[in-house]
Ligand binder design. Structure first.
Ligand code: AMP
Length: 281
């Protein structure tokens, strides 16, 4: 496994893969790797000749009051895990390698980027769209792997790939959860012991919503069910609970099964913000 910090040597390696006719699976990450990331890498390993993983805490997707400075950075452990998983190349650039001093390029998906996560985190998806565009353009992978855990992100990426003609197949993998149902996230390590005990209420709330949806309840009832579930955790503060078309993410006020409805939720647990989602069909 080779670690690249710069563009030119990575390109040389990628060109060699291309000349050998080898497919490339690419897993973009922000590091602080956990079993959710490992599952994406394993799938990429199975489906491609070569696997490239990027580790880059992308500053443009963090708002001014967000956790960029304190975002966990565990490069040595990440590299050891990726080595064990049989990754060929790790791309771990500095911000100055990814962005020009006065970067003028913007990639925006105006409607989608203002809903749900984008409403609470203005500019977040512009940062995601820009960095994903740069990375896909650089790596030009056969397949790129994303987690369903960040559902809205997968919709943004699919639209981006389609609109900008990236010659890459987007693969979305299921959310990997802790045994108690909490979706794995690099941010879970911010939770203290009492918060961690309350954290599974998010998944329990999602499961309760799905059960109610299957029983024929309507959107407002489902939203109340989720809000009530979080009330069982004294340190929870609901950010949003939305039900959306599974493909376009258009908000749904009625459950329409042929629109693959998905529940999207975000909540503060103490000072940590957690997100999750579940298909309701
Ligand atoms: P991040 O490092 O948080 O930017 O995540 C990198 C990739 O891993 C993204 O595509 C995430 O959606 C995915 N990912 C994060 N957590 C999980 C999880 N619990 N299960 C599956 N994929 C995940």
């Amino acid at each position: 496994m080779v670690i690249y910090n710069n563009i030119a040597p990575l390109r040389t390696a990628l060109n060699a893969f291309g000349q050998a006719g080898q497919s490339v699976g690419f897993v973009p990450t922000m590091g602080a790797l956990h079993a959710g990331h490992a599952a994406l890498v394993r799938q990429a390993r199975q489906e491609n000749h070569r696997v490239v993983v990027s580790i880059f805490v992308n500053p443009t997707q963090f708002g001014p009051t967000e956790d960029l400075a304190k975002y966990p950075r565990t490069l040595d452990a990440d590299v050891a895990l990726l080595q064990e998983l049989g990754v060929d190349a790790v791309f771990a650039p500095e911000p100055a390698t990814m962005y020009m001093p006065n970067e003028q390029v913007h990639v925006t998906l105006p409607a989608l980027a203002l809903l749900y996560e984008g409403k609470t985190r203005p500019g977040h998806f512009d940062g995601v769209a820009l960095v994903v565009s740069k990375l896909l353009n650089l790596v030009q992978p056969t397949r790129a792997y994303f987690g369903r855990k960040d559902y809205q992100q997968t919709v943004v990426v699919r639209q981006l790939v389609q609109a900008l003609f990236f010659n890459t197949q987007v693969v979305v993998a299921d959310t990997v959860r802790e045994p108690d149902g909490l979706a794995m996230s690099s941010r879970n390590r911010y939770l203290n012991a009492t918060e961690r005990l309350q954290a599974p209420l998010i998944y329990q709330g999602l499961l309760a919503m799905r059960a109610a949806a299957v029983a024929g309840q309507q959107v407002q009832v489902l939203q109340n069910i989720f809000a009530d579930m979080l009330l069982k955790g004294p340190d929870f503060k609901l950010d949003y609970v939305a039900i959306a078309d599974g493909e376009s993410l258009e908000p749904l006020s009625q459950l329409e099964p042929d629109r693959n409805p998905v529940a999207l939720v975000a909540a503060w647990l103490g000072s940590t913000r957690l997100i999750d989602n579940l298909g309701l069909h």
